[in-house]
Design a protein around this ligand. Structure first.
Ligand code: M6R
Length: 620
């Protein structure tokens, strides 16, 4: 989960690489570095900290050259420091590399190289690649890359430069993303499209263990036997504007506000003639007797919502499993299991491994992915796309909402195909789902209230989220969102489970966020609220008029409810439009996202790049 970029062409490389790194910073921001070739040597600048620190360092060190590589790091092996930053050079400074991934056998390789007298300068696994490449180098960089790939284990996207072959870059990947951009002014490697989109929208995708050789005039692809491969560039249709802040203070806020549009596009894609329709039509739903949903993080939370929806509409057993657990648990699945794999990036290592594990057991994999051309999108048996566009904030919002929408529509389709819904019933549900974007727009009228309430609780030490049934599933997402961007400890509990232990953590003024949008369960969650309030908790209730008649849809600043709270009510209510309870998570989550956002903003947190995290988790 680092970002890499490389350029060779007619222009100065440093500005191109630094600009690309800015757009890759979401992948890791512990340190950054750049290496350019010029006049017979490498010019390297590496800096601990954000990219700005590197920019400042480069500012004092004139960097020239038309070929170079850059890296933004999320530290795994070796602390964040200048010396552990990439690019790494071999001991003779003949070969420079950048690496995203983990070299799992680096200890053995390092010991071997040290026994040959090689002196390492960093603690990283990645430096092993640079040292190994120099050790193998006999005047042919491509041959060296093949030998390195044969020696290393793990996962990687690697870019190489060599002093003796100063006009070309070579790159290779396994299990981690790497794209190749082509243009008349030069050619690129990068971890992701936005890094190069201001220079070209012509992109080729590398498969595992394919090698690309780039010079200023073109790119050539090879397999590990050095046989030439033919690849034609694909055109990226979205613009860089969609990966920029557009006047908002944070990407997260912009992405929250984009949700009505994202929902509309994604919903349309799954309707007849939509871009996802053909893939969904091709699924033989009746051939499955079980569904297993697997994913990581927020995508797992979307899957947890999906379980309720699929079981309720399709009456088919659904398991939900964390991809990192599923991959090692020897799950009981076979050709009659449909595995639904959810991933925004399509590059999450645990999710990729889960997909491969499922396929090896004969199950069919339907992937719900946001990034076109990603590993999961290419390897799954069936792939449908969320139409969220590039999501830059590390905390997912719009991609999550798009995942929910697709899950609902897939469930309705399956239910129809299985004969569990009549055509008019299915049509009515699709109609309700199609209304969600408008309801989300209506929710934005409560932003002032959410913002106000966040000012009263950003000092909390711990915040609990409770809900029952599908409200519990979305409570998990609310809790994850809050903790990842505000660093406030938080946990989500099924309302009925509190009394079995967690209630001992409730003390005076502990905030409990209660989600209650299922009418039939509202009295139950109300009891849970009474239980925590009587132990000193204050409550933020997220509900609708259906579950809590009279809740209304309050707008305003919240000051009036503040007065009420001060007068001892101990409860503040945010109300959403009443919709089918299966689809209410799409509304609750928007309020939860806004709440987390404002809590984090009040604390002055780095909202788009929370500490220790990265957008795309390409390590185990
Ligand atoms: O790209 P993916 O959807 O596979 O990523 C999965 C998780 O890493 C991701 O959802 C993570 O939990 C987000 N930071 C949550 O906001």
């Amino acid at each position: 989960m680092c970002g890499i970029i490389g350029y060779v062409g007619k222009n100065e490389a440093a500005p191109i690489i630094l600009d690309g790194l800015k757009r890759l910073e979401y992948r890791g921001y512990d340190s950054a570095g750049i290496a350019l070739y010029k006049d017979g040597r490498f010019h390297v600048v590496k800096q601990k900290g954000r990219l700005e620190a590197l920019r400042a360092a480069v500012g004092d060190t004139p960097l020239a050259g038309r070929i170079g590589i850059g890296h933004t790091r999320w530290a795994t092996h070796g602390e964040p420091s200048d010396v552990n930053s990439h690019p790494h050079l071999g001991a003779k400074s003949r070969i420079a590399i950048v690496h995203n991934g983990i070299i799992e056998n680096y200890r053995a390789l390092r010991a071997f190289l040290e026994s040959k007298g090689v002196v390492f300068s960093s603690e990283t696994d990645s430096e092993t690649v640079a040292q190994l490449a120099e050790y193998y180098y006999r005047g042919d960089l491509m041959d060296t890359v093949v030998k390195v790939v044969n020696a290393i284990e793990g996962y990687y996207a690697l870019g190489f430069m060599c002093l003796d072959e100063p006009d070309r870059l070579i790159a290779v990947k396994k299990d981690n993303p790497l794209i190749v951009g082509v243009s008349k002014d030069g050619n690129f490697i990068a971890s992701d499209v936005p890094a190069i989109l201001s220079h070209t929208n012509q992109v080729c995708y590398l498969a595992d263990r394919e090698i690309v050789v780039l010079d200023a005039d073109g790119v050539a692809f090879y397999n590990m036997d050095r046989e030439r491969l033919e690849k034609s560039p694909e055109t990226i249709t979205w613009s860089l504007g969609s990966a920029e802040k557009g006047g908002y203070e944070h990407f997260m806020y912009k992405e929250i506000m984009e949700q009505p549009r994202v929902l509309r596009d994604t919903i349309r894609s799954a309707l007849p003639d939509g871009s996802n329709a053909a893939v969904l039509d091709s699924l033989d739903v009746a051939s499955f007797d079980k569904i297993l949903i697997t994913a990581c993080g927020s995508a797992y939370n979307a899957g947890s919502v999906g379980k309720y929806v699929f079981e309720s509409l399709c009456r088919i057993p659904v398991d939900v499993d964390l991809a990192s657990e599923f991959r090692y648990r020897d799950a009981l699945i076979d050709a009659r299991t449909l595995v639904i794999l959810i991933s925004q990036s399509g590059e999450t290592t645990d999710s990729i491994a889960a997909m491969r594990e499922a396929k090896s057991k004969g199950a069919k994999v339907l992937a719900i992915v946001n990034v076109v051309g990603s590993t999961i999108s290419r390897e799954a048996d069936y792939t449908v796309y969320t139409l969220a566009g590039p999501e830059i904030a590390v905390a997912t919002t719009k991609a999550f909402s798009a995942q929910l929408a697709l899950l609902y529509l897939i469930a309705v389709r399956f239910a129809r195909a299985l004969g569990k819904l009549t055509a008019p019933e299915a049509e009515a549900l699709v109609g309700e789902i199609s209304e969600l974007p408008t309801h989300v727009e209506a929710l934005f009228a409560q932003i002032d209230r959410v913002q106000y309430y966040a000012t009263t609780c950003f000092n909390s030490k711990s915040i609990f989220f409770i809900g029952r049934n599908i409200d519990y599933a979305i409570a998990m997402e609310g809790s994850l969102k809050l903790k990842e961007i505000s660093y406030i400890h938080s946990e989500a509990y099924a309302g009925g489970e509190l009394k079995h232990g967690t209630i001992s953590l409730i003390e005076d003024n502990t905030l409990v966020v209660a989600i209650s949008c299922c009418k039939r369960l509202a009295p139950k969650i109300e009891s849970n609220i009474v239980q925590v309030v009587s132990r000193g908790a204050r409550v933020l209730l997220i509900t609708n008029d259906g579950a809590n008649p009279g809740a209304g849809l309050e707008t305003g600043t919240g000051a009036e409810s503040a007065a009420e709270e001060a007068a001892g009510a101990r409860q503040f209510t945010l109300t959403e439009p009443t919709v089918n309870e299966l689809f209410s998570p799409s509304l609750s989550v928007v309020l939860l996202q806004l709440f987390s956002y404002y809590v984090a903003a009040n604390k002055g947190c780095d909202i788009d790049k929370p500490r220790n995290l990265a957008k795309s988790v390409t390590v185990e």
